[in-house]
Design a protein. Sequence first.
Length: 86
Amino acid sequence: MTKNELKEIVRDCMLTENINSNKIGFTLIEITKLVYSSLVKHGITPDDDIFYSYQYDLRWCLQELRNEGFTSFKKMGKFNVHCLCE
């Protein structure tokens, strides 16, 4: 799995969660949980390197999504929140 494929998974996870719960802001922990579940559904196992490196790659993905204008980033109290752009 490439970083760009992971970026699409991140995007899909955020959009799916938005559709299911009307949520537009996500903490890094929330995104990590969503992506982990999705990786498992995609058949990623501990035999795959991405299983161990996805949390590092996730930060790259979120930055790329911000650069593309898909998400924005803001601080809410002590939390950093990644928000879907309208």
